[in-house]
Design a protein around this ligand. Structure first.
Ligand code: HEM
Length: 459
């Protein structure tokens, strides 16, 4: 699903290197061709292609409704001309996520997506990445750690990461979240406009996850920029410029964590990296696995939570329920759940059939990709009455799939919930007159949904 770029091709498979500008040109043409193909399908009405393209991508919920309806006629599984299937109801999404006949890789263990394919989340077929082609040699699949692993490697690494999220640690992170939110709100203007994302929604989770990983001297704007670049790559590489930015970001992240590993080896602490270094020395994981896992924790830990806070603040205002939260800041936990159901930060994921399987009465061939539309499940009327209404007072909102399900259920779910709750509660207490003022600028993304900027004021 995501991609890693590299400036150096594997000397065993690479042909004689092309000048950079020619490689860029080839890559650029390939990306444009892929995008044009996807857009043509979207214009012709293909719902899966529409999820990847403007203007439909800006409000995907009508497309999800179409996919749920299309799925009803075919056992919950909708087809698309892109070749991929999509499941859009709560029941069908849950079934695929829990089904052990599906994995995040292809049946033979290869990464599924062609990294040059912008609509790759839609195509879902086996990779046609050609390592001997200089046009694609610039990019190779990014190492997504847990998110890109099936058992048994997934089980082994997940077990190592799990203690970081133990409930007793959560209390400590809550203190950090409260202190950081207080400091950030002190810095947000009480008498003029400000951007809620850069003032609170982005720096709060960056601070918390940096404490969790014990990263010294955190450079918040730099981390936020890495997160934007890597987060956008969840949809595939968008342009040559994006490919280069991704290459730099992943190299920087690797250098940061490689350095941190050395420091913790010399001076171990209670943090997650120190625990993982211990496992490294015992031979339970490799250095590459350690660095990728730390990178995943960092990026997964703040890109998503930033969206949660931004989407919640927006939903409270568009639904007219902000004053309910101000009257009772204790409602914040329910607001978080309702936001996760109604407009979740991670909209979808994908799984691949590891054998020929029967799903919803349809026969899927081995390696067929299935998009699991987590956000659509939250709007399924069979699971949630009056699903398009944002209502923090509703019951049973926790049945959403915003944190996925099955083997890859989000490790940071409790942490994210806590951060969202602290941010919203303190925002309502400290800035009760908060209201939109200026633009809500959405991310350019399909998988991640949330604001890049959200202009507000509170005087
Ligand atoms: C509102 C915030 C968050 C949302 C909506 C979210 C959502 C998700 C989703 C949907 C998945 C599974 C994707 C799949 O099934 O393919 C996932 C996995 C994961 N998340 Fe989160 N996440 C959030 C916050 C966090 C935080 C704060 C952390 C902590 C560092 C975190 C760490 C992870 C990890 C490590 C995985 C991989 C689990 C695995 O593959 O076994 N997430 N998250």
């Amino acid at each position: 699903m995501t991609t890693r770029t590299t400036d150096e091709a594997d000397p065993r498979t690479a042909p004689s290197p092309l000048p950079r500008w020619r490689a860029d040109l080839r890559l650029g043409s390939r990306i444009v061709a892929m995008r044009a193909g996807g857009l043509a399908l979207a214009v012709r009405g293909d719902p899966v292609a529409r999820l990847m393209h403007r203007p439909w991508r800006l409000d995907p919920y009508p497309t999800y409704a179409r996919l749920r309806a299309a799925g009803e006629a075919s056992g919950g599984v909708a087809r698309s001309r892109t070749g991929i299937r999509a499941v859009a109801t709560h029941e069908a999404c849950t079934a695929v996520l829990r089904d052990r006949r599906f994995g995040v890789r292809l049946a033979d263990g290869r990464m599924p997506f062609d990294p040059t394919d912008d609509a790759s989340t839609a195509s879902g077929g086996p990779s046609n990445h050609d390592p001997t082609d200089p046009g694609t040699a610039l990019i190779e699949p990014i190492d997504l750690s847990l998110l890109g692993l099936d058992a048994p490697d997934h089980t082994r690494l997940r077990r190592l990461a799990q203690p970081t999220f133990a409930p007793k640690r959560l209390a400590q992170y809550r203190e950090t979240a409260r202190a950081v939110t207080g400091r950030l709100l002190d810095g947000a203007p009480a008498d003029g406009p400000f951007d809620l994302v850069s003032a609170l929604a982005a720096p709060l989770p960056i601070s918390v996850i940096s404490e969790l990983l014990a990263i010294p001297d955190v450079d918040t704007p730099r981390f936020a920029a890495w997160g934007r670049v890597v987060g956008a790559a969840l949809d595939g590489v968008r342009s040559v410029r994006h490919a280069h930015a991704l290459s730099r970001a992943t190299a920087d992240l690797r250098a940061l964590f490689a350095d941190l590993v050395e420091r913790r080896r010399a001076d171990p602490g209670e943090d997650v990296i120190s625990q993982l270094v211990h496992a490294l020395d015992e031979g339970t994981l490799t250095l590459d696995e350690l660095v990728s896992l730390a990178q995943l924790l960092l990026i997964a830990g703040f890109e998503t939570t930033t969206n949660l806070v931004g989407n919640a603040a927006r939903a409270l205002h568009t639904s007219g329920t902000w004053d309910d939260l101000v009257a009772d800041p204790g409602l914040a936990a329910a607001v978080v759940e309702e936001t996760l159901r109604w407009d979740p930060p991670v909209q979808l994921t994908a799984r691949f059939a590891h054998s020929d399987v029967e799903l919803g009465g349809q026969r899927l061939r081995r390696d067929t990709g299935v998009l699991v539309l987590l956000a659509s499940a939250g709007r399924d009327p069979a699971a949630h009455p009056d699903p398009d209404r944002f209502d923090p007072h509703r019951e049973q909102a926790t049945t959403h799939l915003a944190f996925s399900g099955g083997a890859h259920y989000c490790l940071g779910a409790a942490l994210a919930r806590m951060e969202g709750e602290v941010a919203l509660e303190m925002l309502a207490e400290r800035r009760p007159r908060l209201r939109p003022a200026g633009r809500f600028v959405p991310r350019v993304a399909t998988v991640l949904r949330g604001p890049r900027r959200f202009g507000v004021r509170a005087d």
